[in-house]
Design a protein around this ligand. Structure first.
Ligand SMILES: *Cc1c(COP(=O)(O)O)cnc(C)c1O
Length: 431
């Protein structure tokens, strides 16, 4: 279930203490890695899956037994984070090596495999409805492609997603259906909400969601923070994580890992000019407002849905939150400048979301208060080729698995933004 029946968010009720697990995994990893990386006997994949399994046993058990956890983890992760050290004080945690080249692959993949396992064991099936303004739909569609007992219906606003994004939504086929809604993203979102509240529809179909507030997406996002701590032999103490943020799911997952005992010095909440959380951390007042378009558009969020969870974690106390969280706001001009500077300093192209994280981190480093910052790199630069080229003069290549989508044929079903049309369609195809 995405939302609780009372309309609120689910949140873990207990906080298992895993600090010993994290410490012993780090020790074990240090021993197997020898003095140099080429002496290492444990692959990145083995290590990442091991962490995912160990944490999942403790979070999901006993409701989900260990053999099931092992299957979910193995099927979900045939990709890993990549930790890239830049210098003494800065490193990147690249989270874009999954099938759609963005960090959302981690959460979507785990959720899809967990759902498939649960539906199998209960002999049930489900229809997943997703409204998307772009990237989320692509990651969800790819993660659920070919899953048994699950059909995915994606609603997207006609003419308002990028060419590449539309290809990601409309070319997969199999159990993925794309509805091209003649309206805005808000229309798509409203239709999905109305469908969830429609009694006759819910009596006939097992409707569910896969949006970013689903705990099944949040929990697996904690794994890469833990992986970063364990695999970075440079540092033993807690590091600072900079998280380019929109809905704050990514950052909340890191805070969960910290609650379970991961040594973390601080989280830097890096936003574009949609800065309601940095503003809250400064003034102590949470003032949601309509979002503004920016170059880092996956973070254009005016009322972040995971803020509710952060509030609960820090007892609704801004001073407690300030101890762990620091906010930074980055403009589009600074984002472009950041991409250019990063390329000049390190010879690496970064996407605009990662650049927001870089600019924020640099400001903090200049103050000299933190030693070691890990920037979460949330998307492959090739997905934002135009912007990267504008900043650096160099056009990054589109990653292979996305490039091949370009030749495939778009298949979508046009639809008016009316609940009746959506209801008729769902009942006709999935009852
Ligand atoms: C979704 C997204 C973000 C924002 O993540 P949240 O969990 O919503 O804060 C940042 N960067 C990219 C590339 C994204 O796709």
């Amino acid at each position: 279930m995405g939302l609780a029946p009372d309309g609120g968010l689910y949140h873990p009720a207990s906080k298992p203490n895993m600090s010993e697990l994290f410490f012993s995994l780090k020790e074990e990893f240090r021993k197997t890695s020898g003095d140099t990386l080429d002496k290492r006997t444990v692959s990145d994949m083995e290590l990442f899956r091991r962490i995912a399994r160990e944490v999942s046993y403790r979070i999901l058990g006993p409701e989900i037994d260990n053999p099931t956890v092992e299957r979910i983890v193995k099927k979900s992760f045939d990709f890993t984070p990549v930790h890239r050290r830049l210098d003494e004080r800065l490193s990147l945690l690249e989270l874009f090596h999954g099938p759609t080249c963005a960090f959302k692959d981690f959460g979507a993949s785990f959720l899809a495999n967990a759902m498939e396992e649960l539906l199998e064991s209960r002999n049930e099936s489900a229809v997943i409805l997703v409204a998307t303004s772009g990237d989320t739909g692509g990651a969800v569609a790819r993660a659920f492609l070919g899953k048994k007992r699950i059909d995915v219906v994606i609603l997207y606003p006609s003419g308002r997603v990028s060419y590449l994004q539309e290809k990601q939504l409309t070319t997969l086929g199999q159990n993925i259906t794309a509805l091209e809604i003649k309206g805005s993203f808000d229309d798509c979102q409203r239709l999905v909400k109305e469908a969830f509240l429609d009694d006759s529809l819910n009596a006939s179909l097992n409707l569910t969601s896969a949006n970013s507030i689903n705990l099944g997406r949040l929990i697996p996002q904690s794994f890469y923070y833990i992986y970063s701590y364990i695999s970075d032999t440079h540092s033993n103490e807690g590091v600072t994580f900079t998280v380019p943020s929109g809905n704050f799911g990514n950052l909340t997952a890191g805070v969960l890992a910290w609650e379970w005992g991961l040594p973390v010095e601080k989280f830097i909440a890096a936003t574009n000019v949609n800065d309601v959380v940095p503003q809250y951390l400064e003034e102590g007042l949470f003032k949601p407002r309509p979002s503004v378009e920016t170059l880092s558009n996956a973070m254009d969020v005016g009322n972040p849905s995971n803020f509710e969870r952060l509030r609960v974690i820090f007892d609704d106390n801004v001073d407690k939150m300030r101890v762990m969280l620091h906010g930074e706001r980055v403009t589009d001009e600074e984002t472009l400048e950041g991409m250019k500077e990063f390329y000049k300093n390190y010879g690496i192209l970064i996407d605009p979301h990662t650049a927001v994280g870089y600019v924020a981190s640099n400001r903090i480093l200049k103050l000299g208060k933190v030693r070691d910052i890990v920037i979460l790199s949330t998307a492959h630069p090739g997905k934002f080729g135009e912007t990267v080229e504008e900043a650096t003069g160099i056009r990054p290549e589109l990653p292979e698995n996305l490039g091949s989508l370009m030749e495939r044929e778009k298949k979508s079903i046009p639809m008016e933004p009316h609940l009746k049309d959506l209801r008729d369609f769902l009942l006709k195809h999935f009852r």
